[in-house]
Design a protein around this ligand. Structure first.
Ligand code: ATP
Ligand code: MG
Length: 261
């Protein structure tokens, strides 16, 4: 670790890059990740695409060590995520994660959902945490719903709360695992546009998605994963618009035209 990183406090919001090398992960006999090499430059957006079961969620979960890799290395900013001595609590404070199923606390208000972690983990006062939460809720257009419970919101609104909640921790990296897959079609756009704004603001983002339009417009790079290996990667325009590998071509054909010709 450099001197600079040692001085970087938990509220440092410089975007953090991710470097993954030789990542292997098995569940029992099943090898799910078979040697993944990929990276996300600080401030860039990488979309991870691939068929169901190809290992996308497992890869994402290894980055913040919700899964323990079997081999390989992952660095997140200045953190060596796979080092035995890594301070996981400190590292995870810098990483926001948004899931398909929102994972909001149903018994807490929107505002309480957004203040509980800054209060408990960052030890912020109620006033400071609420001010920051209301600021983030305002940015996703939901400040006026701060007193509601999650069940009183649409899916799209709940996912926007989940994004605001993650941002209250001032992360340097955001991980998204199919954030729009559980949404009604008419609310997908409102979540994608929040993500696009976040990308434009310079957040480093690793996004598992089937939204090819979003990937094409927002991603700096697209990585296609198949059966635990990176089969193709490159600029979004190239991987989605003109893939060179037969497996990428086949996958995109099925995603873009599910009923076939
Ligand atoms: N905790 C676990 N225990 C055992 N097997 C698991 C576990 N998590 C994932 N797997 C298996 O690993 C493989 C990859 O799963 P993963 O969830 O990473 O795929 P995915 O690409 O995210 O798929 P999807 O698009 O359906 O979300 C699957 O075969 C899955 O059944
Ligand atoms: Mg998944």
């Amino acid at each position: 670790m450099s001197d600079e990183s040692a001085n970087a406090g938990p509220m440092s919001t410089a975007p953090a890059g991710v470097v993954i090398e030789g990542l292997h992960k098995s569940f029992g006999e099943v090898e799910v990740l078979k040697g993944i090499d990929m990276s996300v430059e600080p401030g860039q957006v990488v979309c991870l695409i691939g068929a169901s079961g190809s290992g996308k969620s497992t890869l994402l979960r290894c980055v913040n060590r919700l899964e323990d890799p079997d081999a390989g290395s992952i660095t997140v900013g200045e953190f060596d995520a796979t080092h035995a001595d890594v301070n996981l609590d400190a590292m995870r404070q810098h990483i926001g994660m948004v899931f398909q199923q929102f994972n909001l606390f149903p018994h807490l208000s929107v505002l309480e959902n957004c203040t509980i972690t800054p209060r408990r983990v960052l030890k912020h006062s109620r006033e400071k945490a609420e001010a920051e939460a209301l600021h983030q809720l305002d940015l996703v257009g939901l400040k006026h719903l701060a007193q509601r419970r999650p069940a009183q919101l649409s899916g799209g609104q709940q996912q926007r709360v989940a994004i605001a909640r993650a941002l209250t921790m001032q992360p340097n990296l955001m991980l998204f695992d199919e954030p729009t897959s559980a949404l009604d079609p008419e609310t997908v756009g409102e979540v994608l546009s929040i993500m696009r704004d976040l990308a434009r603001a310079g957040m480093t983002m690793l996004v598992v998605t089937h939204e090819m339009g979003f990937a094409r417009e927002v991603a700096d790079r697209v990585v296609f994963l198949d059966q635990g290996l990176v089969v193709e990667e490159g600029p979004a325009e190239q991987v989605i618009g003109a893939p060179t590998q037969p497996r990428t071509q086949d996958f995109l054909r099925r995603v873009l035209n599910p009923l076939g010709k």
